[in-house]
Design a protein around this ligand. Structure first.
Ligand SMILES: [Zn+2]
Ligand SMILES: [Zn+2]
Length: 370
């Protein structure tokens, strides 16, 4: 998991600068590295730049080539750069002009990522909570790159970019920040390079969102539906403003991965009784590991004390099917065709002129099983 700052990572700083300024209220607060439960972080500015770190009214200037060490110190956090240190309940880091800065944030020995944005760090339950406020379009490109299978055709990535943007604009999953960087919300790593298909797809669909009755849909997606997508009620979830629809997915039917899980009937009683639901699948996955029941398209068979689960595809199967979108795109269909197909009764619109949905986001979980 550990990544070092490579030449490619350095180019990200300049790629970000190449993105045009957002024309709508386009920033997101992304909670990063939560999976690592960090008690220590390191922070360094991008080459040829400076970071201004502020906490409880005191400032520390972190120059190019320097690295600050942030660690939990009781209920507060301590930031140290050589002989200089400051202790505060909240730290902010930004450029010398008071705006977004380019920096590298690391959990020592675990992970290191380059970001452009404003960094805030607090302490919660003995852990550091880093939050990067970043441009919406940069977040979309980063999530499209992280969430898409390698080699996906451009139209599939364009459809994914619109789904990702719609989700970011219409859903909210956390209290202290808008979204996390894991598949709980959407997987987000660094911004991809300027020549990456994910960034190109994001730019080509800039500002476009999926609408239902004039409101942005907090659009869902999964890796592969296994042959038919599902409505929210199909997977036991209360219908929201957009109910989703079940559509046949021919490409997935022929190409989705087939899997089998054998569970003890005693442990899987929940799954065997009544209709299978997304909540039941996730309860099993939480208990036995995230790939135990990879998707919602399965049949059950009892064999003595065992329950044999045979399935096809990966994920909840609601909304965009990435594998199906790949198939449509490789047959020459456009992102409009793909979105029309997987999101019946929706339209495309400009985020600037659209209402964000006011209904609470559905609790479909985009968990690591996808
Ligand atoms: Zn989340
Ligand atoms: Zn499918």
């Amino acid at each position: 998991m550990t990544a070092i700052l490579s030449r490619r990572s350095l180019s990200l700083f300049f790629t970000l600068l190449a993105l045009p300024a957002s024309s709508f209220a386009g920033t997101l607060r992304i909670g990063v590295f939560g999976l690592f439960h960090p008690r220590e972080l390191t922070l360094r500015p991008a080459p040829q730049s400076v970071l201004i770190i502020e906490g409880d009214g005191r400032r520390l200037i972190l120059a190019d080539g320097r690295e600050a060490r942030l660690r939990v110190a009781g209920r507060v956090l301590e930031c140290q750069d050589g002989e200089y240190a400051l202790t505060a309940s909240v730290l902010h880091a930004e450029s010398r002009h008071g705006g977004p800065a380019e920096f590298v944030l690391s959990v020592p020995g675990r992970i290191s990522r380059a970001y452009r944005g404003m960094l805030g760090v607090t302490v919660h339950d003995g852990e550091l909570v880093p939050i990067v406020t970043m441009d919406l379009e940069a977040a979309v490109a980063s999530a499209v790159a992280a969430e898409s299978p390698p080699g996906a055709a451009l139209a599939a990535l364009e459809a994914q970019a619109i789904v990702t943007r719609s989700y970011y604009l219409a859903a909210r999953r956390h209290h202290d920040f808008d979204f996390c960087d894991t598949t709980h919300c959407q997987f987000l790593r660094e911004l991809p390079s300027i020549v990456s298909p994910a960034l190109i797809a994001t730019k080509r669909t800039r500002g476009l969102v999926l609408l239902y009755r004039g409101e942005i849909v907090p659009a869902l997606f999964s890796a592969s539906c296994g042959g038919r997508t599902r409505s929210l009620s199909d997977v036991g979830l209360a219908s929201q403003a957009y109910p989703y629809y079940s559509v046949a997915c021919e490409y997935c039917l022929r190409h989705a991965a087939v899997w089998t899980a054998v569970l003890s009937r005693r442990h899987a009683e929940d799954l065997a009784s009544g209709e299978p639901t997304e909540a039941k699948r996730l309860r099993i996955d939480r208990q036995f590991g995230w790939s135990t029941i990879p998707g919602n398209n399965f049949t059950l068979e009892t064999a003595g004390e065992s329950l044999i689960v045979r399935g096809t595809g990966q994920g909840h199967g609601v909304g965009l099917c990435q594998l199906g979108a790949w198939g449509m795109a490789s047959e020459g269909q456009s992102f409009q065709d793909i979105l029309n197909y997987y999101f019946p009764n929706t339209s495309l619109g400009d985020a600037d002129n659209s209402a964000r949905t006011s209904s609470p986001h559905t609790e479909v979980r985009l968990e690591p099983s996808r």
